[in-house]
Write a protein that binds this ligand. Structure first.
Ligand SMILES: Nc1nc2c(ncn2[C@@H]2O[C@H](COP(=O)(O)OP(=O)(O)OP(=O)(O)O)[C@@H](O)[C@H]2O)c(=O)[nH]1
Ligand SMILES: [Mg+2]
Length: 199
């Protein structure tokens, strides 16, 4: 009886963990996006002005509620670290992706599209991973439609099952509501394809 009660108690206390991969070119605003998400969720967060370019990768854990935790993997976008993207861009390793794009720099739009496309080409089953395309630096964007068109076309061309496009400015934490809520729903609805881990 004691053992039964203990296992019920243990099961009740287990939390669902989802691993969220944050990718995008250097300087697109990935680390700012993560810190802004923490601020939106009223968690301790770093001042955006103190963020330095990421060297390699950083992992942080964010409690979403009493039963759900996100392991957020922030990988550097610098060219010399992009080889690291490949080790995560795989449905065995992540439950969802946020792909952050700097919309203040149209000259790098094609590079951003090409880097994402290349990951799907080498890992075709990644189309099962929900992906939020985060069109960031909306405060400095002059022509958002070319970004929306290119990424929407890419998602259709690759037949990605669950994708959506969002516009954000990282010093507006409320901008994080829509992408985080969308990801939360996708993670639950996609459980049959990519099961969470428990901790
Ligand atoms: N105007 C504006 N600047 C932003 C926004 N988000 C981030 N930035 C700035 O963009 C620069 C790069 O931000 P990071 O968050 O370090 O970018 P990153 O993608 O993590 O870069 P790496 O770690 O080098 O891959 C910083 O100066 C940020 O303050 C935004 O929404 N609007
Ligand atoms: Mg960074």
């Amino acid at each position: 009886m004691f053992h039964l009660a203990r296992s019920v108690y243990k099961h009740w206390n287990l939390r669902e963990q989802h691993d969220i991969l944050i990718l995008g070119l250097d300087g697109s605003g990935k680390t700012s996006f993560i810190e802004s998400l923490k601020a939106f969720l009223s968690k301790p967060s770093k001042a955006l002005s103190k963020i330095q370019p990421t060297i390699g990768q950083n992992v942080s854990f964010v409690s979403m509620d009493t039963h759900h935790i996100w392991k957020i993997i922030d990988v550097s976008g610098q060219k010399s670290f992009r080889y690291l993207w490949d080790s995560y861009f795989n449905k065995e390793n992540v439950h969802a992706i946020a792909y952050v794009v700097d919309t203040s720099d149209p000259d790098r739009l094609q590079e951003s599209v090409n880097e994402l496309k290349a990951r799907y080409t080498s890992n075709p089953s990644s189309v099962d991973i929900p992906i939020a395309i985060v069109l960031n630096k909306a405060d400095q964007c002059l022509n958002i439609s070319s970004f929306i068109d290119q990424f929407t076309e890419l998602m259709l061309e690759l037949d990605v099952k669950r994708s959506n496009v969002f516009q954000t400015t990282t010093n507006e934490p409320n901008d994080l509501q829509e992408p985080s809520e969308w990801l939360r729903i996708q993670l639950q609805e996609n459980k049959d394809l990519i099961a969470p881990s428990y901790r």
